[in-house]
Design a protein around this ligand. Structure first.
Ligand code: ATP
Length: 220
């Protein structure tokens, strides 16, 4: 009887963010991305915001609780709070380096970012090393153009870009995939602003998260 070759491990994706608060602009496009590229699980990775950057309004624990509430009934999502547990901030590339060591060299890994993050990726610490640890999956986001800032950055994008999602499971890292995800004009900034002005945020984020925001008196 012929034996089947060992199956490659399924593509696993991580999605970092400040999540101050988490909203449908995070959740819905990622759900669509999961269907588009075939992801069984997406791990949300709330960031530790370094002291020199504008601080989130919610505490690390509150941001984590909101993420947990938002994903409670959705088996697609898990949360990894390692960046929040650290006493000092870590760069995304360092977290990905650690995850790559934990998962081994052959596991296909991906990091999800929105189009706005892609356009400013060249400002991230060791940005060119990111693709040595994972693929990058980019969510469409309204209001952000398709063109990178310089021809050199555009060439970098085209060099790594794949249009066939199947490629993402065939290599452990190194590809960039621009997804055709739905455009949701929602930002955490808008939610905080609305709350500051007492405007309803219905339809922008899950009810459970809205209730928690109310109870904690956040974004007043
Ligand atoms: P803020 O308004 O506070 O800057 P945000 O809404 O952009 O926050 P973040 O937690 O900073 O949310 O975002 C985490 C990731 O999610 C980033 O890569 C960002 O590009 C992406 N993202 C956020 N909102 C959307 C959206 N509406 N559509 C697509 N991607 C998004």
């Amino acid at each position: 009887m012929p034996t089947n070759p060992p199956r490659a491990a399924a593509l696993h994706a991580l999605f970092g963010g400040t999540f101050d608060p988490i909203h449908y602009g995070h959740l819905r496009p990622v759900e669509a991305l999961a269907a588009e590229v075939g992801l069984n699980q997406v791990t949300l990775l709330p960031n530790h915001v370094p002291p020199h950057r504008p601080q989130p309004e919610a505490s690390a624990q509150q941001r984590l609780t909101m993420v947990e509430l938002a994903i409670a009934d959705n088996p697609l999502f898990a949360v990894d709070d390692r960046e929040l547990q650290r006493s000092s901030p870590s760069y995304t590339v360092e977290t990905l380096e650690t995850l790559r060591k934990e998962r081994g060299s052959t596991q296909p890994l991906a990091f999800i970012i929105g189009q706005d993050s892609l356009l400013s990726l060249h400002k991230w610490h060791r940005w060119q090393d990111l693709l040595s640890y994972c693929h990058l999956l980019v969510l469409a986001r309204p209001g952000y153009g398709e063109q990178m800032e310089t021809p050199a950055l555009q060439r970098w994008l085209e060099r790594h870009r794949v249009r066939d999602a199947a490629a993402l499971s065939e290599q452990p890292q190194g590809y960039l995939y621009l997804a055709q995800t739905p455009l949701l004009e929602i930002s955490a900034t808008e939610i905080r602003e609305r709350r500051h002005h007492g405007i309803s945020c219905d339809d922008l984020l899950p009810r459970s998260v809205q209730r928690y925001i109310e109870l904690q008196g956040l974004y007043r």
